[in-house]
Design a protein around this ligand. Structure first.
Ligand code: FNR
Length: 398
């Protein structure tokens, strides 16, 4: 290594090969996404696996998200001195080691007892920002304690009870979260056939509701300060106020009134929505179809990315998720203009299989793969990955 940036790829390879060859210990966790998913299918309960793996309707959008990456191919270059690579990027004034964040994933207690606390420890260790979900299994304050001074963002499910929404925003800011991600594609859950077939909604067994049950504004909705004294009524109140399908653009002002943190809208798939978000004072968007969990038949998120970048990329932060599985996926999303990507299901499976160690292994493998993909493509930094580094499969279209 010649510079200060970590050599994620070579270091990881050396560690894995050394341990496997000299100590007879092959990697504990599957390396490929497909094997991770298979292991999770074996080890998780049927309901938990269905909840993570499943999507809306026929799951055509889940599949399309994955396939969309194959539409773009990397064009490697040679002889460009890539001995010293730097994957770091700046997100809202904070340097992070790679263009990767952990997507908000709710109800992680269905995957592992330590849930978000385990994810927070892996995130902190590697400095990869964690986006804490509103429907986390531990409170946002408990998760922030584990994250320490590591990068952390909070994801808001915008409650139809404005007092609850305001309270979440204020709690996140008071706790030291760096940015707010407001998810707007989920005022209600999509029609998820696997969950319907199993009649499974984890919230109704009391999972993922701790932020609500310990929130003053939420408790004001109940006739009691003891939500567990009458769990049925308390859970019903949660379901009632979880989302707000009546929101319109004018409501965005409310967010600004309740936080000074950067605000990013998640679930954007149309360039006009991205434009409007920025015109209305938002700081960025996440191009996402929620991993195909909301609208079956929706376009793959990657297809929406270039148009959104053309609309707002020079002025605002554009993040991307839905289908990121490997380093080459991160590369391609960055090439199409994403400032960073959110990793979803892969780390959820890592958590389910191996808790904190499982999440760390998934992240270390992804960073290693990304580092090698960047260098072997003839690029030494994330700024060098522009649209000229990819082309549409089978054409000279850039
Ligand atoms: C999610 N996602 C999600 N998004 C969000 O804003 N708040 C949340 O609480 C959740 N919860 C959640 C649970 C599970 C089990 C999954 C798989 C996903 C969506 C998530 O942030 C991200 O958009 C998708 O995971 C991206 O798709 P892939 O790459 O994971 O397929």
């Amino acid at each position: 290594m010649t510079g200060d940036a970590p050599e994620y790829g070579p270091n990881r390879q050396e560690e894995v090969y050394r341990r496997g060859m000299l100590e007879g210990e092959p990697p504990e966790f599957p390396v490929s996404y497909e094997d991770l998913e298979d292991r999770a299918r074996e080890e998780l309960t049927e309901r938990a696996f269905a909840y993570v793996a499943g999507g809306a309707g026929s799951e055509s959008t889940v599949d399309a998200n994955d396939r969309a990456f194959d539409e773009w191919r990397i064009v490697p270059r040679i002889l460009r001195d890539v001995s010293d690579r730097d994957l770091s990027v700046d997100l809202f004034g904070r340097e992070v080691p790679a263009p990767v964040l952990l997507a908000p994933i709710g109800v992680q207690s269905i995957l592992h007892d330590e849930a978000e606390l385990a994810v927070a420890r892996a995130s902190r260790d590697l400095d990869v920002p964690m986006i804490c979900s509103s429907v986390s299994s531990y409170t946002l304050e408990e998760i922030a304690d584990e994250l320490g001074d590591g990068p952390n963002w909070f994801q808001l499910y915008w409650s139809s009870d404005r007092a609850v929404a305001a309270s979440f925003l204020e709690r996140a800011e008071a706790t030291g979260y760096d940015a707010i991600v407001v998810t707007l594609d989920t005022p209600k859950m999509g029609w998820r056939e696997r969950d319907i077939e199993l009649a499974y909604l984890p919230f109704l067994e009391g999972q993922g509701i701790k932020n609500y049950f310990e929130d003053e504004a939420f408790l004001d909705r109940l006739d009691t300060d003891e939500p567990w004294a009458d769990p049925e009524a308390s859970l019903e109140s949660f379901i009632d106020c979880f989302g707000d399908a009546s929101l319109t653009w004018d409501d965005l002002e409310f967010l600004r009134e309740h936080t000074d943190l950067p605000i990013v809208l998640k679930g954007v798939l149309h360039p006009d929505d991205a434009r409007e978000a920025i015109d209305r004072g938002m700081d960025g968007v996440v191009v996402s179809n929620h991993g195909g969990r909301q609208v079956d038949g929706a376009i793959p998120a990657l297809e929406a990315l270039p148009e959104v970048v053309d609309a707002i990329g020079d002025e605002a932060t554009v993040l991307f998720d839905s289908g990121v599985r490997r380093g080459s996926d991160v590369f391609r999303a960055v090439a199409l203009g994403a400032d960073a990507v959110l990793l979803g299901r892969p780390y959820a499976y890592g958590l389910g299989i191996g808790g904190e160690d499982g999440v760390r292994a998934v992240l270390e493998n992804l960073l290693a793969d990304l580092d090698l993909t960047v260098g072997l493509s003839g690029r030494a930094s994330i700024d060098e990955i522009d649209r000229s580094t990819v082309r549409r499969a089978g054409s000279d279209d850039r």
